[in-house]
Design a protein around this ligand. Structure first.
Ligand code: DOR
Ligand code: ZN
Ligand code: ZN
Length: 428
């Protein structure tokens, strides 16, 4: 089986190969990069006018299976990933049961093997049942295939447990992905503490609740030498803390999500529970600081925190609706529209945060072009405009605050191991 990707504009931030190129894929692997390649027996993909890059890696998604298949399952979630241009996704363990044993990790891998082809990397829990009491066996989870550990959704509150977790994760060669919010301060509150919470007369989740935990984890990473990755950073203060600890050489990395560099808390007034997410949407100043953090390299990764919920759940009143928004099928478009087409970031820097950086943090051999390596590619039209229509999502979740938004930049093909797992209806 051969596939020839012809005359696409190759962007390769790591190896530095650029310009209009042909790629020849043989037996699922990248065999040749060059100009005017000939392969009479190959299937030809005409990529003229399109951008070709290493397959996108989303290091933070919720696939909901096992236990919450009415929200999403591995088949629908990976189909959504393919539609969004992601060739690898790391899924969070807050399922039912929680992914806290090697058997559970293998179960997710087996289920994923039966789906559309997007690679699934099951993150193991930090604590058994995500209860924040007893630690999981980091070494065994790693052996089974977990690329990292996280108690996302119900983050570790006990500092001593987190300290032990970092030490053991370090020994196992794993990074801990930390959802930073102090539970005593955020409770089950729906929105940021500030102007909007006051307008609505609701208690809010203060920025300091996130920043205290970012500081705690940064200090614990410094003290233990363990690697911590801060999930979905949302405040200016968090960006500052990570910036300072990186300067000191501490093993800390972080991600943000498209909603945190495009939307503010005001969105809750317009969209209600569709704009409810943990951590919450913040202020204009926070959005500006997140963009600066992306520009100066403090923020390593753009992940989606794809968190599907059913329409019935999201129809509950704001204070009772679950938190989270889907993101797989809009992430690239929102990112290109907000950061590239505005001139805030160049394409190469931006793609690194969607490919190579998350792969490095997960310690998986992905996110870069490699001759002889598995042929995972994303091909997109940098300039095609389109309107977000949740009815067309492959995800079961329609809970996006970007419905009806005009975006510039559209995924055309997603290729995993040399196989086209998604193709935009228009062909190009
Ligand atoms: O908004 C969120 N939704 N934040 C989380 O940490 C968990 C996620 C979910 O699982 O729905
Ligand atoms: Zn989270
Ligand atoms: Zn999450």
């Amino acid at each position: 089986m051969k596939l020839l990707i012809q005359k696409g504009r190759l962007v390769d931030p790591v190896g530095g190969i650029g310009g209009v190129m042909d790629l020849l894929i043989e037996d699922g692997r990248l065999a040749v990069i060059g100009s005017d390649l000939r392969a009479p027996d190959a299937q030809v993909l005409d990529a003229r006018g399109l951008t070709v890059c290493a397959g996108l890696v989303d290091m933070h998604v919720h696939l909901r299976e096992p236990g919450f298949e009415y929200k999403e399952d591995i088949a629908s979630g990976t189909a959504a990933a393919a539609r969004g241009g992601f060739t690898s996704v790391a899924c969070m363990p807050n399922t039912r049961p929680v992914i806290d044993t090697p058997e559970q990790v293998r179960w997710v891998l087996d289920r994923a093997g039966e789906c559309c082809g997007v690679r699934v990397w099951p993150i193991g829990a930090v604590s058994m049942g995500e209860r924040g009491e007893a630690l999981t066996d980091a070494h065994a989870l790693k052996e089974a295939g977990a690329p990292a550990l996280s108690d996302d959704g119900v983050p570790v509150q006990d500092a001593n447990l987190m300290r032990d977790a970092l030490i053991l994760a370090k020994r196992a060669g794993l990074t801990i992905l930390s959802h930073c919010e102090d539970a005593s301060m955020v409770r089950n509150y729906a929105v940021n503490e500030g102007r909007v919470s006051r307008t609505l007369g609701l208690p809010g989740r203060p920025a300091i609740a996130e920043e205290l935990m970012v500081m705690r984890d940064a200090m614990l990473a410094e003290e233990t030498g363990g690697a911590v990755h801060i999930c979905h950073i949302s405040t200016a203060g968090s960006v500052d803390i990570v910036r300072q600890f990186k300067k000191k050489g501490v093993a800390i990395t972080c991600e943000t999500c498209p909603q945190y560099f495009t939307l503010t808390e005001e969105e809750v007034l317009k969209q209600g529970s569709l704009a409810r997410v943990n951590p919450p949407l913040r202020t204009r100043q926070d959005v500006e600081a997140i963009i600066e953090g992306l520009r100066d390299g403090t923020i390593d990764v753009i992940a989606t925190d794809h968190a599907p919920h059913s329409a019935q759940e999201k129809a509950r009143p704001l204070a009772e609706a679950p938190s989270g928004m889907v993101g797989l099928e809009t992430a690239l478009g929102v990112t290109l529209t907000a950061l590239y087409h505005t001139g805030k970031m160049d394409l190469s820097d931006l793609l690194k945060k969607l490919t190579f950086h998350p792969a490095c943090i997960l310690r998986i051999p992905k996110g870069r072009l490699s001759l002889g390596g598995e042929a995972d590619f994303t091909i997109f039209d940098l300039n095609q405009e389109w309107t977000v229509d949740p009815e067309r999502f492959a995800s079961k979740g329609r809970n996006t605050p970007f419905a009806g938004k005009r975006l510039k930049g559209k995924v055309k093909y997603t290729i995993v191991g040399g196989k086209i797992v998604y193709q935009d209806e228009g062909g190009r």
